[in-house]
Design a protein around this ligand. Structure first.
Ligand SMILES: [Zn+2]
Length: 460
């Protein structure tokens, strides 16, 4: 009997991993890292409660680290099978996984110097070499056509509109000549956004796994360009710096797109823009290379690197030099949730300055630095030191890469029959409960919110 086990993203938004078993074969959908609180991150170090060597394949929805960042650890623990993903997802992983390893190694070294780690001596979760070993197991699959994995499993990926290469998966499980269609939403994106195409909607699912990141709320409506112009103009007027902790993938490209539009329309002053993240720079180049995947109008130019006064700082020395800039400027730097990366040193420099602004442009998980700022923290712990928060903290919710509650309901609206079971995943408890109620009142479907490590028969 086919079975699913929730190895992550159960009652939380990170660590996506769903193990599917049929006829003794094991397929892992996504292989994400837990991020956020100390307790969640501890799960990355705990032994995965499955014989890793017995997993036959991994299949990815998209490249984000909370869906792929555990792969090096999985390979190190004995996984030897293929990792299936489309070309854009593989190319993004070639940037993201080594970067993730690099951050792990850096954090471990820093913790060793400052002696504040609970591991003695502090160790990285995985190394650069281990991330390369995982990448060597990647195999390309079509981004929008059926692909047969084995006699038990075949998959049809569909456009999710979330980031470059992002898909939701229509998995057909064949067992004893009986077929069950399981839909994995991955992360569902937005409708009517620049750059990426709209998400396609599923029409049939026996079993549905739906993300619920924003299951309890909709994004603000209103023009992103206007909101961004307001923040830039008010910060520039005070003579401060605008620090944007940006997700290197997608948020950065959207921001650069909007900055360019605002510059062209002369709605913002000509400020220096520092794109301070080698990852974000490389991802932007990748986005430009895959421009056939977008729904840009012919007159729209996806070349945000052409925005004026953009400085792309690849080296650490150049990054540190930004600390010397005293006139108004815009600093776009990862990570987007303030959980690591170069943005930490910019925040250590700019947070104590009341003229400056920190602009948050995406989901901020519980336990992250970004969430602490949104919750009004007066100090932020950066590299073991308490940094006072005097800068303005502003959020532009419209820039999220995740569908809001109504967009999730819209995504579900094309299903022609009631799924036998709907599992809500990838959400924090409030969002999950609220979205379960929304589905119950709108569609009258049976909905389950699975627990971490819980298993279910898919035959039901
Ligand atoms: Zn994602």
């Amino acid at each position: 009997m086919a079975k699913i086990t929730f190895l992550g993203a159960a009652r939380t938004v990170t660590g996506s991993k769903y193990l599917i078993e049929a006829e003794g074969k094991r397929l892992l959908i996504d292989c994400g890292l837990f991020e956020g609180s100390k307790d969640l991150k501890q799960r990355n170090w705990d032994r995965i409660p499955v014989d890793v060597a017995s997993i036959d394949w991994v299949l990815l929805t998209h490249a984000h680290i909370d869906h792929t960042g555990y792969l090096p650890r999985l390979v190190r623990s004995g996984f030897r099978g293929p990792i299936y993903a489309n070309v854009a997802t593989r190319e993004l992983c070639e940037l993201l996984l080594p970067d993730s390893a690099h951050l792990q190694e850096e954090d471990a070294q820093f913790a060793a110097r400052k002696a504040y780690s609970s591991h003695k001596p502090p160790l990285p979760l995985y190394t650069l070499a281990e991330s390369q070993a995982a990448l060597a197991q990647f195999r390309d699959i079509p981004s929008n056509a059926p692909f047969t994995i084995s006699s038990q499993f075949s998959v049809r990926p569909h456009q999710a509109g979330h980031i470059l290469g992002a898909t939701w998966l229509e998995l057909t499980i064949t067992e004893n000549n009986k077929q069950t269609v399981v839909v994995f939403s991955g992360d569902v994106g937005r409708y009517d956004q620049p750059i990426l195409k709209d998400p396609e909607s599923p029409t049939h699912a026996d079993i549905l796994l739906c993300e619920s990141t924003y299951g309890d709320r909709d994004h603000e409506t209103g023009s992103v360009a206007d909101a961004l112009a307001d923040v830039i103009n008010s910060t520039a007027k005070r003579g401060g710096a605008l620090v944007i902790p940006a997700f290197a993938v997608d948020r950065t490209q959207l921001l650069m797109y909007y900055l360019r539009v605002l510059q062209e329309q002369e709605k913002i002053p000509q400020l220096p823009v520092y794109l301070d993240s080698p990852m974000a720079i490389n991802t932007t180049i990748l986005y430009i290379r895959h421009r056939t995947d977008y729904d840009l109008k012919p007159q729209e130019n996806l070349d945000p690197l052409n925005a004026q006064q953009v400085h792309m700082t690849r080296t650490v020395e150049d990054s540190k030099k930004i600390n010397d800039v005293v006139s108004p400027c815009i600093i776009i730097s990862a990570s987007g949730m303030i959980t690591g990366g170069r943005v930490l040193h910019h925040l250590a420099r700019r947070l104590p300055d009341s003229r400056s602004t920190v602009l948050l442009v995406g989901y901020q998980a519980e336990g992250s630095g970004g969430r602490a700022l949104l919750d009004g923290a007066r100090y932020l712990r950066i590299h073991g030191e308490e940094v006072p928060v005097r800068a303005q903290v502003v959020e532009i919710g419209q820039l999220s890469a995740h569908a809001g509650r109504s967009e999730l309901l819209r995504w579900l609206s094309c299903l022609q029959a009631l799924p036998r079971q709907t599992f809500l995943v990838h959400g924090e408890p409030n969002a999950l409960d609220s979205f379960r109620n929304a589905i119950a009142s709108q569609y009258h479907w049976p909905v389950t919110i699975p627990d971490y490590l819980q298993s279910f028969d898919l035959d039901l």
